[in-house]
Design a binder for this molecule. Structure first.
Ligand code: XMP
Length: 512
C-alpha cells in the first residue's frame, strides 16, 4: 500500500489515480488523521500532496514525523515538497515567486524518478501552481531539476529515498508525469504492479459489507452508468439486503425504463422495483414553464415517490449513490467561493436527511472512465457502459416552456430517430452527449401540397471531457440533412429541424 497524505489539494485524487494506473493500491488520508492512518496502514511508501496552505503560516499542516523515520520512500509534491523541506531542516520562502501553469524543467542530473523518462541536460514541460518556494535544501538533498521560478523544482536524497518536486506530475499538463509516479511506485518503492479494477471491486465490496452489517439498503437506479455500477457493487456485497428502485417519471427516453429493467433482469438477479409515476410527474408539471420551477418540482416529487416506495419496504438504513469524484470536487471548492446556481441539479440529495439514512458512495474516489472500467469488470454490457449522460429531470428540460404529454411523445420520437441515425453513422462514441429539443415555437411548412403549422425541433450534440466545458459536434451536413428528413417525415408534429452550434460556455449543454 501507498499512503497519500492529502493537504487539501484539488488534485490529490489524480495522484491516487496515477498510482492505481501504475497497478498499485493506495489510500488517501487527510493530514488531520495522517498519523493514525500511517500507523494503521504501515505503508510501503508515502506521497505528500499539494495544498492551498502555505508552510510559512503558523499552524499550517505537516506530515507526521514518523513518515520520515520509517525508512520508506517518500515523494513530496508541491506543498508536499515544501513541508518535507521545512520538516527536514531546509527553508521555504513565502509569496514572491509565484509560478502558475506551464513551466519548463531543466534536468540537472540523473535521478531514479526520471529513469527512462528524462535524461540529464534535457528540458520538459511541467505544470506548476505555487506561491511559495524552497530556498535552501535539507541536509542530504541535491537538486536534480530546476525551472525559472523554482531553483529547487526537483530534489532528491537518494540514500534515504526521499524525492520531491515543485510541479504537479499527476496532472495531464505534465505530459510525462504519470511515468515519474510510476517510477516512484514501481522502481523506487519496488511495489509490484498487480493492482487492478478487480481488486478495487473486491475492496469496495468488503467496505460495503463492513459498513452495512445487517442493515437494509436502497438505491435509486436511473439506468445511468454511475447508479448502475454502484447498485451492482452493493448487490455483490450484500445481496438481497439491497433493493433498487427505478422511478419512471415519464420523462425518460423512448423505451428507456423498460430497457433498463430488462437489462438488469436479464443479467443480474437483483431486487428491482419499477415505479410508474409518470402521471404524477406530468400532471404536476403541466402549466409550469419556468425552468427552475420545473427542476424543483421534479426533484421534490422524486423524493416523495422514492420515500413512499421505501416506506412500503419498511424503510432503510442506507442509501447507495453513484457519486463520482468530480461531483465531490465541484461541490467543495477550496477557495471557499460560492459559485452561483446555474441550474439546480436533480439528484437524490434531499433524501438521506429526510429519511435519516446513511450514504454509501462506493464510486466516490473514481473518475468516469474508471467507473466504466469497473462496470466492465462487473459484467455490464458495453452498450450500457458507453451510454451518453442523461439528466435527472429528463426530457422535461428538453421541452423549453410548458411540458405536456403530447409534446413529450413528439420529443421522444424525434430523439429516438436522431440517436438511431447517430448510431448508424458510427458517431455515437465520438459524441459525448446528443439529444433532440422540442422548441415551443410553431412554424409554417408545406408537406404533400398542404400547409403545415408544427413545432421546431433542435438537435444538439457536444464533445466534452467532463461536461464542464463543451464544443458543439461538427457534423457533416449530409448527416444533418438525413437526420432532419427522417424526423420531419416520421414524427407528426415537427415540420422543421435546426442544429445548435453553441459551445459551453457561453451556452450550457442542456437548454434549460
Ligand atoms: P449543463 O446543461 O449544465 O449540463 O451544461 C452538464 C451535464 O449535466 C447534465 N445535467 C444533469 N445531470 N441532473 C443530472 O444528473 C441534472 O439535474 C442535470 N442537469 C444537467 C447534462 O445532461 C450534461 O451532461
Amino acid at each position: 500500500t501507498i499512503l497519500i497524505i492529502d493537504f487539501g489539494s484539488q488534485v490529490t485524487q489524480l495522484i491516487a489515480r496515477r498510482v492505481r494506473e501504475a497497478g498499485v493500491y493506495c489510500e488517501i488520508a487527510p493530514f488531520q488523521s495522517a498519523d493514525e492512518a500511517f500507523r494503521r496502514i504501515a505503508p510501503k511508501a508515502v506521497i505528500l500532496s499539494g495544498s492551498p496552505h502555505s508552510t510559512v503560516d503558523i499552524g499550517s499542516p505537516r506530515a507526521p514525523d514518523a513518515v520520515f523515520s520509517a525508512d520508506i520512500p517518500v515523494l513530496g509534491i508541491c506543498y508536499g515538497e515544501q513541508t518535507m523541506c521545512a520538516q527536514l531542516g531546509g527553508k521555504v520562502e513565502g509569496g514572491h515567486h509565484r509560478e502558475f501553469g506551464r513551466a519548463f524543467l531543466e534536468i540537472q542530473d540523473d535521478c531514479a524518478l526520471f529513469d527512462g523518462v528524462w535524461a540529464k541536460g534535457t528540458r520538459h514541460q511541467v505544470w506548476m501552481s505555487h506561491g511559495d518556494r524552497v530556498t535552501s535544501l535539507p541536509p542530504g538533498f541535491r537538486v536534480v531539476g530546476t525551472s525559472t521560478g523554482a531553483p529547487f523544482a526537483a530534489i532528491a536524497d537518494e540514500a534515504r529515498k526521499f524525492y520531491a518536486v515543485q510541479f504537479h506530475p499527476e496532472v495531464v499538463h505534465t505530459p510525462d508525469g504519470a511515468r515519474l509516479l510510476q517510477n516512484f511506485v514501481q522502481h523506487i518503492a519496488g511495489l509490484h504492479s498487480d493492482w487492478t479494477m478487480a481488486a478495487y471491486r473486491e475492496q469496495a465490496i468488503e467496505a460495503i459489507r463492513n459498513k452495512v452489517g445487517k442493515g437494509k439498503v436502497i438505491c435509486a437506479l436511473s439506468g445511468g452508468v454511475d447508479s448502475s455500477v454502484a447498485a451492482l457493487l452493493a448487490h455483490e456485497a450484500i445481496g438481497d439486503q439491497l433493493t433498487c428502485i427505478l422511478v419512471d417519471h415519464g420523462l425518460m427516453r423512448k423505451n428507456e425504463a423498460a430497457d433498463v429493467v430488462a437489462m438488469f433482469r436479464q443479467h443480474y438477479n437483483l431486487p428491482l422495483i419499477l415505479v410508474d409515476a409518470s402521471d404524477r410527474f406530468i400532471s404536476a408539471l403541466e402549466g409550469e414553464s419556468d425552468p427552475e420551477k420545473k427542476r424543483k418540482t421534479i426533484g421534490r416529487l422524486f423524493i416523495e415517490v422514492f420515500e413512499e416506495e421505501a416506506k412500503k419496504l419498511g424503510g432503510a438504513d442506507f442509501l447507495v449513490q453513484g457519486t463520482l469524484y468530480p461531483d465531490v470536487i465541484e461541490s467543495v471548492s477550496f477557495t471557499g467561493a460560492t459559485s452561483s446556481t446555474i441550474k439546480s441539479h436533480h439528484n437524490v440529495g434531499g433524501l438521506p436527511e429526510r429519511m435519516k439514512m446513511k450514504l454509501i458512495e462506493p464510486l466516490r474516489e473514481l473518475f468516469k472512465d474508471e467507473v466504466r472500467l469497473l462496470g466492465k469488470e462487473l459484467g455490464l454490457p458495453d452498450s450500457f457502459i458507453g451510454r451518453h449522460p442523461f439528466p435527472g429531470p429528463g426530457l422535461a428540460i428538453r421541452c423549453p416552456g410548458g411540458v405536456t404529454r403530447d409534446k413529450l411523445e413528439i420529443l421522444r420520437e424525434a430523439d429516438a430517430i436522431y440517436l438511431d441515425e447517430i448510431r448508424k453513422a458510427g458517431l455515437y462514441d465520438a459524441i459525448w452527449q446528443a439529444f433532440a429539443v422540442l422548441l415551443p415555437v410553431q412554424t409554417v411548412g408545406v408537406m404533400g401540397d398542404g400547409r403545415t403549422y408544427e413545432f421546431v425541433c433542435a438537435l444538439r450534440a457536444v464533445t466534452s471531457v467532463d461536461g464542464m466545458t463543451a464544443d458543439f459536434y461538427h457534423y457533416d451536413m449530409d448527416f444533418l440533412g438525413r437526420a432532419a428528413t427522417r424526423i420531419i417525415n416520421e414524427v407528426k408534429g415537427i415540420n422543421r429541424v435546426v442544429y445548435d452550434v453553441t459551445s459551453k460556455p457561453p451556452g450550457t449543454i442542456e437548454w434549460e
